[in-house]
Structures are given as C-alpha cells and as structure tokens.
Write a protein that binds this ligand. Structure first.
Ligand code: ATP
Ligand code: MG
Length: 269
C-alpha cells in the first residue's frame, strides 16, 4: 500500500475512533484511555523516528557515492548495495511499526465492544520477534538479546493485544538495564498452558516496588519516560482478556524475570 494511502487510512481510523470514544466514554475514563493509547503508540513511533534518521543519512551517502561515480565515470562501490539492503530492511520494520499503530487504533473498537471476535491462532515466537523489532530503538547495540523457543503449537489469542504485552515487557526490560546487559526470551509448554519468559539482567526491584508494579500509574521512571501504565494494561490483557497469568521474580541489582502463561484455546464467543 502507498504511504499516502496508509496515512489517509490512519487519519480516517483516528477520526472514527475519536468520535466513538467521545460518544461512549465519560470524561475521566476518556482521559485514562487516551493516556493508554499514547502509551501504546509511543514505542512504534520511536522506532519509526529512529529509522528515519538512519534512512536520511543512508540516502545522503548513496546520493554522494552515485554522484561521484557519475562524475568520474566509474561504477559505484559495492557498499552502495549494502546500504540499499539496510534501507529495505528498515522500511520493513517501519511497516511493522505502522501496523502496530493501526492495530492499537483498531483495538479501540474492542474497547468500545464493537469487534471482539478477532481471536485467532498465532505463533508466540513470531509475536516475540515482531515485538523485538519494534523495541529495537530502546536497546540498540547496548543490550544482547537471546531467544530460546521450544516447539509450541499455535496459541488462540488476540494477537495484537499479546504483542502489546510483549512490547511492554521488552521495553521495561531494556529500560531496567543501565549500560550493557542481556534480555533472554523463551517459550515452552508448562502446566497445559503456553509459557513465555522475559528475563533481564537489569537493576531489579525492591520488595516495596514489587508490591506496586501492577498498579495503574506506578512508575519509578522520570516523567516523559514512564507513565506507569504498561504493566497494568498488560495484566488486564493477560488475566482478563486471555484467562492467563502474569507473575515475576526480581532481585535488586541482579535482574527480573516476567512469566506469562496463556491457555492454548479461548472460549468461543
Ligand atoms: N523488568 C523490570 N526491571 C525492573 N523494574 C521494572 C521492570 N519492569 C517494571 N519495572 C518497574 O515497574 C514500574 C512499572 O512498570 P510499567 O511498565 O507499568 O510502567 P513504566 O515502565 O514505569 O511506564 P510505561 O510503561 O507507562 O512507560 C517501572 O517504573 C519499574 O520501576
Ligand atoms: Mg513500562
């Protein structure tokens, strides 16, 4: 789809969502819902902005090389092709980021109880890899990511909502790591459920912080970085929407492991 067409679609979706919201929500919960939307589109937009900077620099570089080769009558250096490959893969990530934003906006329909039937079977490793690409601008080269995906049947779920949970947990893990560290993601079958673990070597949490993590608005991050909504939204999605569980273990100075379990099938609506 052409970028202009995507933007037009996005604008229409936004206008529709805004109208639905205003019609169906009292003011206080409207504010909370809008804060949630801003929270969920923040990371994909961050990813697009950061890719855009790289793209702009790369295009400058390609132009300079092509101009040089035109002026000197020599073929352009092979490096130009590498740069073009990078640009192609960046645009694939941008496309995913746009899809994420669109799906958040479509998700508003679910909130306003218009379309709750988009349960489908999804591959958890695929959802994780997608979320990692979007969170990339949070961790860049600073954090090493390790994955260990055990063979797992597809899971019936609301894929876009589970992606949102994964993105929240990965961004939290990356933000908990000062300087260098490791995020380890794994999947397995446990207790008849599909299990995902997200472990980080970050700063961990004190017992006081651990008691509050799922509370709406609890954050230890500076304003602008944290709104304290990520885990309360994630808890709601896993526990209420998917009848699963979300728990964690954390040790100050050592790191944190979040563990999500979701059933393989969802009740038919
Ligand atoms: N992996 C982690 N390691 C250490 N602390 C964490 C981790 N995940 C969450 N926390 C703590 O829990 C708090 C709440 O997390 P939550 O995701 O709900 O909000 P936030 O990350 O602060 O802000 P937001 O997600 O809205 O941008 C964080 O501020 C942080 O103190
Ligand atoms: Mg968070």
């Amino acid at each position: 789809m052409e970028p202009a067409q995507r933007i037009a679609e996005l604008e229409t979706a936004l206008a529709t969502a805004e109208r639905q919201l205003i019609e169906s929500y009292p003011m206080a919960s409207l504010g909370r819902l809008l804060a949630g939307i801003v929270h969920e589109i923040n990371t994909p937009i961050g990813s697009i902005v950061s890719n855009n900077e790289v793209s702009a620099r790369s295009l400058e570089m390609v132009r300079a090389k092509l101009r040089e080769s035109a002026e000197t009558g020599t073929p352009p250096p092979p490096k130009v092709l590498d740069v073009l490959d990078t640009l192609v893969s960046l645009s694939a990530v941008d496309r995913m980021a746009c899809d994420r934003i669109l799906s958040v906006i479509r998700g508003l329909k679910t909130h306003s109880r218009l379309g709750e039937s988009d349960v489908r079977a999804a591959s958890l490793p695929e959802l994780i890899v997608g979320a990692l690409k979007l969170a990339c601008s949070e961790y860049k080269r600073r954090v090493k990511v390790e994955t260990d995906f055990a063979a797992l049947p597809d899971v019936e779920c609301y894929p876009s909502q589970l992606s949102q949970v994964l993105l929240n947990l990965i961004v939290n893990a990356a933000q908990a790591i000062e300087g260098e560290g490791v995020i380890r993601l794994s999947t397995r079958q446990a207790g008849g459920m599909a299990e995902i673990e997200i472990a980080d070597t970050g700063r961990g949490m004190t017992p006081e912080q651990q008691a509050k993590v799922f509370q709406q608005g609890f954050t230890t991050k500076p304003p602008g970085l944290g709104t304290g909504l990520g885990l309360s939204i994630s808890h709601d999605i896993v526990v209420n929407q998917h009848k699963g569980s979300i728990e964690f273990e954390s040790e100050p100075g050592k790191g944190t492991v979040f563990r999500i379990r979701v059933p393989f099938t969802q009740p038919k609506p």
